[in-house]
Design a protein around this ligand. Structure first.
Ligand code: PXG
Length: 465
């Protein structure tokens, strides 16, 4: 048997990794110099690395391990399914029980008339599906010109050419072919960084109404859809002002523009409801799902569409799909994950217990001299670091310098907390206990204290001019 385990000293593993493994969003040279952290095991909310450190995973992997690590039931579901039917496809008029059962379950969980599921293996390919799906939807109704999809700057919708084009991260567009045609990005509702002297409420309306400006410029008959994460995750956990989504919803309804809620991070309990759309008051026509759908135990993603959209798409062959669309093992594992989320009342636990405890503890960090803003909805939150809380100033250093120092201090204190620029973000497994929340906060505060000392010493604790 090919037993892949912690069979070599850490330094050797790191050297082989750096020699042969190309990592996403990482510099190979830096990995060669510093070595990657080798994670060997995990249980609950804790990771173990190859040196035996126990690290509290404040990011649930990459915002996905919602039920926590080490659930035997999911391993059993995968093994059972592999023995019975490890693979069959869902092309050419075939199907199988795991895809049937998961589709029925998702239709029952999804809000409104979102009753039809198209599978892939990730959030990226699901959003690629969305691009073709909404354009096909309009073309099949005699409106082939209706192709533009409106998104937001600093949105994250994936890393493929299509989904990366939907995303609004400029550094991901640094090749000539991206964004692909007919994607328009409007400003994000990031009041803290971009709201200047407006109130959050006014800023929410102002940024939402940029959608109306795009409609005026191009004509509603050219606009296929609007896509947004209920709460932007990878962009820094930007929780929009309360005025934002109702206004987007109103504009989409008025002009019959399809609304796609990208629930890849917000779905499956993260915000204290099954979907972020329910927490933020959005009624989408399409939802993108992935990550928490299987708690990351298997790669699976999907889009769930309304009766209206399915009725149109169903009229012809939709020329789209992946070998692993509706993979039986991934579907079986996702079903078991949903059973655990439901039967163990994990979402009510988030809403009634973990989220209030986390919010209280998180907001207690507001007294730290570096922390200018504390945000938490459900179990997804962020801290904005600043040298001047009153003016919400940036540091006199390249954006992200202080955030990176803070992330490294978190690591050094056995806490995984990500940085996005100079915002720190958290999104722990939903099963985190109240005492583990206290551990997370204690480690975060220590990391902030150490960051403060380091940047003071380096002369970075000054507002940018
Ligand atoms: N939509 C959203 C909202 C996401 O957050 C994707 C789509 C793409 O999913 P896949 O499964 O193709 O990765 C994502 C993924 C980060 C980070 O560093 C965030 C994601 C992925 C990797 C890193 O915050 N989000």
């Amino acid at each position: 048997m090919n037993k892949i385990t912690n069979h070599l000293p850490t330094a050797d593993l790191q050297a082989i990794d750096a020699a042969h493994h190309m990592h996403p969003f990482s510099s190979g040279d830096e990995l060669r110099e510093k070595g990657a952290r080798v994670i060997t095991r995990a249980k609950g909310v804790f990771l173990t690395d190859s040196d035996g450190n126990e690290i509290l995973d404040g990011m649930a992997g990459l915002w996905c391990v919602n039920i926590g690590y080490g659930r035997e039931e999911l391993a059993d579901a995968a093994a059972r399914q592999m023995r019975e039917l490890p693979y069959y496809n869902t092309f050419f008029q075939t199907t199988h029980v795991p895809a049937i059962a998961l589709s029925e379950k998702l239709a029952s969980l999804a809000p409104g008339d979102l009753n039809h599921v198209f599978y892939g293996t990730s959030g990226s390919d699901a959003n690629d599906t969305n691009i073709r799906l909404v354009r096909t939807f309009w073309a099949m109704q005699g409106q082939p010109e209706r192709t533009i999809i409106v998104s937001r700057k600093n949105a994250y919708h994936g890393s493929s050419v299509g989904s990366g084009s939907l995303g609004g991260m400029a550094f991901m567009h640094d090749v000539n072919s991206m964004p692909i045609p007919d994607i328009v990005h409007i400003n994000q509702p990031n009041w803290w960084a971009e709201g200047a002297d407006t109130t959050p409420e006014d800023f929410g309306l102002q940024t939402a109404r940029e959608l109306e400006a795009v409609i005026e410029e191009h004509g509603a008959d050219k606009i296929a859809a609007f896509i947004g994460e209920p709460i932007q995750g990878a962009g820094g956990v930007i929780i929009p002002p309360e005025t934002y989504w109702p206004e987007i919803q109103r504009i989409c309804k008025k002009h019959d523009i399809l609304l796609i809620a990208d629930e890849v991070i917000c779905g499956f309990g993260r915000t204290g409801n099954w979907f972020g759309s329910q927490t933020l008051g959005i009624e989408p026509d399409i939802m993108t799902i992935a990550k928490g759908l299987s708690s990351g135990y298997q790669p699976i993603g999907a889009v769930i569409v309304s009766d209206r959209i399915a009725a149109v798409i169903d009229k012809a062959d939709f020329p789209h799909g992946y070998t692993y669309s509706g993979h039986p093992v991934a579907c079986a594992v996702a079903l078991e994950n949903l059973r655990i989320l439901e039967e163990e009342n994990i979402i009510p636990y988030v809403r009634d217990t973990a989220a209030p405890a986390m919010a209280k503890a998180w907001h207690s960090l507001a007294d730290h001299p570096l922390v200018g803003d504390t945000r938490m909805t459900g179990l997804i939150g962020s801290l904005a670091l600043t040298p001047d809380k009153k003016t919400r100033a940036k540091f006199r250093a390249t954006e992200g310098t202080v955030g990176l120092i803070c992330r490294e201090r978190c690591f050094a204190n056995n806490l995984v907390m990500r940085h996005v620029g100079d915002r720190m973000v958290v999104s722990p497994p939903l099963i985190i206990s109240e005492s583990e929340i206290q551990t997370l906060i204690t480690r975060a505060r220590k990391a902030l204290d150490e960051t403060y000392d380091i940047i003071t010493e380096k002369g970075l604790l000054h507002p940018a001019p």
